[in-house]
Design a binder for this molecule. Structure first.
Ligand code: HEM
Length: 263
């Protein structure tokens, strides 16, 4: 009699058993297995083996951006100083804050300065976001330059990474152009004269000087057409090209065998 009482499963045991059966049948279903690819920790029978660890990285949309294995020195902050990553992080910050600014800014000579002024004085967090964008831009120029210096110091410009060095120089130019085109947008005295000096210098380009200056100004003198032109470059064309080159840059870091070896 005592034995049969002992054998009878308690309510909690029965609940646990039916939960296990339910979870088993969910994990065996086609829907579940088509969402969670081999190696997923959510799959039935997952074990912590080197093969499954590789699968976890390769089969996840987020993790697969990372290599399955990295060299020990490459994850040391003191090797890269995370300057490439920092440059990318600043680019993301600039994109997010830039989108915020676009809601309050019209690129015309009549409205631009007033819009920036209103943004700073009347829009909630306007001054903060504008300053984040401005300081972020200065910091990105600095971090990209320091990243380039780090790569040079480690001799990472040598084969097989010479192609990525060239992609990097394009990214440096994109960063500088983004910074310069953004400078005109507040349409204040500083911006006007900086762009006047810049475009005058471009006017001294051999043979095509006048044409180059005309294209950059959208006319003979600096005005609304210049503003619209530089606005489109700043918010659309240059970020688009930068994202494409960044994607190639990151892909090449992987394909060139990860970060270069220690000195
Ligand atoms: C928007 C600008 C840039 C971004 C976001 C960027 C991002 C990165 C990242 C995340 C890495 C991985 C290692 C690290 O963090 O140091 C890297 C590596 C590298 N970058 Fe850049 N980079 C930029 C500009 C440049 C420039 C201007 C150059 C050189 C002219 C350059 C050349 C390289 C090279 C050669 C590597 C491989 C380094 C190694 O193997 O040690 N990058 N970059």
């Amino acid at each position: 009699m005592a034995k049969s009482i002992q054998d009878k499963p308690t309510l909690a045991e029965r609940a646990a058993a039916s939960a296990a059966t339910a979870s088993d049948s969910v994990q065996s279903s086609q829907v579940w297995n088509s969402i969670f690819r081999p190696g997923s920790v959510f799959r039935k029978g997952y074990t912590d083996s080197p093969r499954n660890r590789s699968y976890v990285i390769m089969n996840s949309v987020l993790y697969h951006l990372h290599p399955v294995k990295v060299k020990r020195h490459a994850v040391k902050v003191s090797y890269t100083l995370c300057l490439g990553g920092l440059s990318f992080f600043l680019f993301i910050i600039l994109t997010v804050t830039g989108i915020f600014l676009m809601f309050f800014y019209r690129p015309t000579a009549a409205a631009a300065w007033q819009d920036i002024y209103t943004l700073q004085t009347s829009v909630t967090f306007g001054l903060l976001v504008r300053n984040m964008h401005r300081w972020g831009a200065h910091l990105m120029v600095l971090s990209v330059f320091l990243h380039m210096a780090r790569v040079f110091y480690h001799g990472a410009y040598k084969a097989p990474r010479e192609f990525n060095w060239v992609i990097g120089t394009i990214l440096l130019q994109m960063t500088l152009l983004l910074s310069f085109t953004g400078y005109l947008l507040p349409w204040d005295q500083l911006a006007l004269w900086a762009v006047t000096v810049g475009t005058n210098m471009m006017g001294y380009t051999p043979v095509f000087g006048d044409q180059v200056r005309f294209v950059l100004l959208g006319g003979k003198v600096i005005g609304t057409d210049t503003l619209l032109r530089w606005y489109v470059l700043h918010v659309l064309l240059l970020p688009f090209v930068t994202v494409i080159f960044m994607a190639i840059h990151f892909w090449r870091v992987r394909k060139d065998g990860g970060i270069s070896g220690p000195l």
